[in-house]
Structures are given as C-alpha cells and as structure tokens.
Design a protein around this ligand. Structure first.
Ligand code: ZN
Length: 190
C-alpha cells in the first residue's frame, strides 16, 4: 500500500468514527493488516494513521519502536544531532519485528501542562522536518483491534507520536504547527 502524501485531500478531512461492531469486520482487519505492513516497510516510520492509508477513519497504529526510542533516550542516548544529518549515529537498540499498538476511536483523557519541543517528521510529508511543541504526557482511551477498550498513558517520544497521529484524525499535519523547519532527520517518522 502506498502512503498518501500531502497535498492529498484525504489528509485534510476530519476522520469518521468506526462503528464498534465493525472493528472485527474483515474490512477493518484488512485495513489494519495493510497499515502494519506498510509501516513495517518504511525506513524509520513509527506511527501511521488511517487517512495516510487513504481511509478517513479514526484509527492509528504506533510501533513498539517508539517505546524503544524512549528507553534508549532514558539510558542516555542522544538523538542524532539536528544539524549534522550526514553523521548518522548507530541505533542504540536492535531493530526487530516490532509489535504495533492499535488505537481506534481514540479520545484524549488527560494531557500534561508541560510541553516539550522536539523535531518531527511525517511519512506523508517527505523530506520535511521541524520543531513542534507537544505535551510531555498524554492519556488516551481507545479500542484495540479486538474491540476491547484500552487506556494508554504515555510520555516523551511515545506521547509525541500519539499527538501527531491524533492530529492526522483531525486533518492536521505537523507542518501546520511547526515552529521552525530544520534540515536534519530524526529517528522516528509518523
Ligand atoms: Zn504523520
């Protein structure tokens, strides 16, 4: 599946809720499988929203790799230097077949007052990176792929990815919120 790119209009629509009875339908399960496969085939993608798959539905997935990036950062790994994209540091963790967390009809329950600035990129906006302010922490309630209600609290990078994906469901792209475009690449695109 090809990832929809800006300026495709589907990226600008407010996505529709998924009927709970439809979550287990083959249509939605096939869409989830296609999204997982597409994300896993990207070089550095860590999240994907259904509108990026051409479906204006309130669904996004986040790779377990986002947790790994948080763990690595906590352990003292410095992100690739913003102004020296040519010097790619080695990933501080082993790449593997990541698990993907599924969020259907997500609702934000809580956000931290504290905001953090960091670099961001998007699989639908190739070659652009910029500094975006995001809440340090966010708690989201949603349904998973089994139609089970879940609640997920997250912080730092995982929280950033969630906010980026939630924006996709509103037709908002990171380029709408960027404080400053930068040249470098960052480790996780959404
Ligand atoms: Zn994106």
């Amino acid at each position: 599946m090809a990832i929809v790119k800006e300026p495709d209009r589907v990226l600008r629509k407010k996505a529709a809720e998924v009927a709970l009875a439809d979550i287990k339908s083959s249509r939605i399960q096939k869409l989830l499988a296609a999204m997982r496969e597409t994300l896993s085939e990207t070089q550095d993608g860590v999240g994907l929203a259904a509108p990026q798959a051409g479906e204006s539905l309130r669904i996004f997935i986040v790779s377990e790799e986002a947790e790994e990036i948080d763990r690595a950062e906590k352990a003292g790994w410095q992100r690739r230097k913003r102004k020296t994209p040519e010097k790619k540091e080695q990933e501080p963790y082993e790449k593997r077949a990541w698990k993907y967390y599924v969020f259907i009809n997500p609702v934000v329950k809580k956000v931290s007052r504290k905001m953090l600035e960091d670099a961001e990129g998007c699989l639908s906006v190739p070659q652009k990176y910029g500094i975006v302010m995001r809440h340090e922490k966010i708690t989201v309630e949603a349904y998973n792929e089994c139609a089970k209600k879940i609640i997920r609290g997250s912080s730092r990078f995982f929280a950033r990815v969630m906010q980026h994906e939630l924006d996709h469901l509103e037709g908002t792209l990171f380029i709408d919120k960027v404080k400053q475009f930068i040249e470098a690449e960052k480790p996780g695109k959404n």
